[in-house]
Design a protein around this ligand. Structure first.
Ligand code: BG6
Ligand code: MG
Length: 232
């Protein structure tokens, strides 16, 4: 039997729009001001990671008071919020609108599963709020990705079982979270980052629901051979 996908949970930053770059630039500015080492390579570990965990990663074993950490998180967020002011529907990544349209046409529900506390603002600016059936963001659960909590909450909001949803993510932490939640996964980006996903694609450009469904069907056969009756 093929997977019975009834819902998609989309990550936001780096999946629907390229705000991953703005997060990087905002952290970079803060790191420069604090004379903390930070570069694109270090940033890879921060994809999908919450604001606090990201900062803790950047400061490493240097000692800061809670007040100092809070001030740095606030400062980074100010830089980030400034940088997203001019986001518009033009900033939706290639393939997103087509896929959202096809999924709606197929009667598949859509949720947003983002770690960001700015997610609501960003999707409003992108003009896609009314295409999304459930929004879960940085305020929705306590434990951040790679814990499965956010995606489980999103599936629940859609009224679906984890095995009925597929998560689209650009972050290693996000794929890990979705797999921990026993969900199907599409990883966007290099295999070194998202290779654990069921389907790995460079981006959503040119991606259609019928192709994804066909890939899932193939994968299910291999999956049954490898892993017994998982998801039956
Ligand atoms: C994730 C981003 O979506 O949200 C991370 O991939 C970011 O880079 C996290 O740190 C939290 O975002 P925010 O907007 O709440 O600081
Ligand atoms: Mg992301």
């Amino acid at each position: 039997m093929s997977p019975d996908i009834r819902g998609f949970i989309f990550d936001l930053d780096g999946v629907l729009t390229d705000t991953a770059e703005y997060h990087y630039l905002a952290w970079h500015k803060l790191a420069d001001e604090e004379e903390l080492p930070f570069n694109r390579e270090a940033n890879e570990a921060l994809r999908g990671v919450s604001r606090r965990e990201s900062l803790l990663h950047i400061v490493g074993d240097r000692q800061y008071s809670e007040a100092q950490l809070q001030e740095m998180m606030d400062r980074k967020n100010r830089y980030y919020v400034e940088s997203i002011q001019n986001i518009s529907p033009h900033d939706l990544l290639p393939g997103v609108v087509t896929l959202l349209d096809e999924l709606k046409q197929a009667g598949i529900k859509i949720a947003l599963g983002s770690a960001s506390k700015n997610a609501q603002t960003v999707i409003e600016k992108l003009g896609i709020t009314n295409r999304i059936d459930a929004i879960t963001d940085g305020y929705s659960v306590q434990r951040p990705k790679p814990a499965p909590d956010l995606f489980l909450y999103a599936a629940n909001q859609l009224g679906l079982e984890p095995s009925q949803v597929i998560v689209v993510e650009d972050a290693e932490a996000g794929i890990e979270a979705a797999l921990a939640g026993q969900m199907w996964t599409i990883g966007l980006g290099p295999p070194a980052r998202v290779g654990a996903a069921h389907i790995v694609l460079p981006s959503l450009a040119g991606v259609h629901w019928t192709d994804l469904r066909a890939k899932l069907n193939e994968l299910r056969i291999g999956d049954k051979e490898d892993k017994g009756d998982k998801g039956e």
